[in-house]
Design a protein around this ligand. Sequence first.
Ligand code: HEM
Length: 452
Amino acid sequence: RKPKINATRIGIAPGPFCLYLPAAKRQFATNGHRLVEQGYMQLKNSNFVVQTQDMERLVIAPKFLSELRMLPESKLSHSAALVEKNLGFYSSVDTILESHQHSDVCRVQLTQNLPHLIPAMSDELDFAMSQFFDACNSEQFTAYPTYGCVLRPYPPALRPLLRPFLAPKSRMTGILANAQKVLIPAIEARQISKNTYNDLLQFLVETYKDGQPMPIILKLLVLTAAALHTSTMAAVNALYDICARPEYINSLRDEAHAALSTDGGSWQLSTIKQLKRLDSFLKESLRFTQPDTRKLFRRFREGEANFDSVGFNRKVLSSVKLSDGVTILPTGTFINMAAGPMSRDPTFYDEPNTFNGYRFYSPDGGAAQPPAHDFTGIEPGNVAWGSGRLTCPGRWYASAMNKLMVASLLVCYDIQFPEGQSTRPPSIYSDGTIMPSPTQEILFRERPVRAF
Ligand code: HEM
């Protein structure tokens, strides 16, 4: 049964017998980000309700974040919200309800192994760049598409009926069968082998005691969904921001050269840690476009990846009374924070509508800088990585990977938008989500190889 939520509604109400539900959903589909913005501006210190495409959501006022972020999973559940949101039963995302293994291997093994992983990631990146940019030369710029994506084609009510008829590649069973074909032999080999590998599959095999391959495969797929699209979108946005603000390029490139010089020209974790300006630039870029996993797990099912104007997705599993003494969040309520509007609120950031790539950079080398000001840090107003107990456990890996990628591109290539373009392409807004343009091209020109 739908919980009764007592808060101001923004946008069309579903009305008696849900007569206006389709209209409310349509409104959110086309104008969701504006509704969230409107609710936040009008009622910043109060909660408000919006009808999204899938469910009614209570958007919580920022003043309550500190008391909600540390509540246990038994009261406010991120996993339950994701599973319900993403039809976990069909998509197998419900694997995340079994344990926190998927999260723990990121927080512990993946992060601890970063010093060993970076050189391998750098080799992989060199190989990928040589393949992808094969036509690129030092004489002239060559255009490459920055990003591509597929849109989800079927309405929710029809999905169970259509599932058996969808093209095999888009069927979960087909995807799982392919994954099994590739991964079962790899998992079995690793279970008996004495060799250890430094990768997520190995971390999952080592920490999963039961030994059955299927739960490991599902968790690896969930992690792939959580990791790839968030990081890709953050990198695409950063590249757009760099091309739109070429005045940052030399300073970011000089920083990368200086860091590489101290490490003999090869990328190590220590090299990446020196990229303080890039750290700030990536954080500012993320502030301007707030991603979150609410939709990302859908990619696991159907192929969509977006950024959202709301974040901190939780399902209330046991009713919560807020500190104002009157507001009760009933069991079953889906709650969110207004991530996008919060990130541009002058309460949290000076001149929030100005892009300041070095907003979080402290020239004294960062000694005086609070850790919250790092790319992976969580300062008030920032829910881009989530908040509290379930803050993204892959953020140190994501940070290292994106810095490696952006810095390597700047070292190896001159980059710019196509001739005549000086601003970012408009993002795409749909169903409260924000996606960087999937069609924008960027021009690349090889830079002379530098000796370190
Ligand atoms: C720029 C890149 C990324 C962004 C912006 C991002 C953002 C987020 C956000 C907002 C959440 C929800 C946290 C909450 O609501 O408190 C989350 C959860 C999660 N992220 Fe990330 N993420 C990124 C990259 C990654 C990567 C690279 C990995 C894995 C290698 C990863 C693994 C996860 C997992 C496993 C969860 C679920 C945690 C749980 O439910 O316990 N993420 N991420």
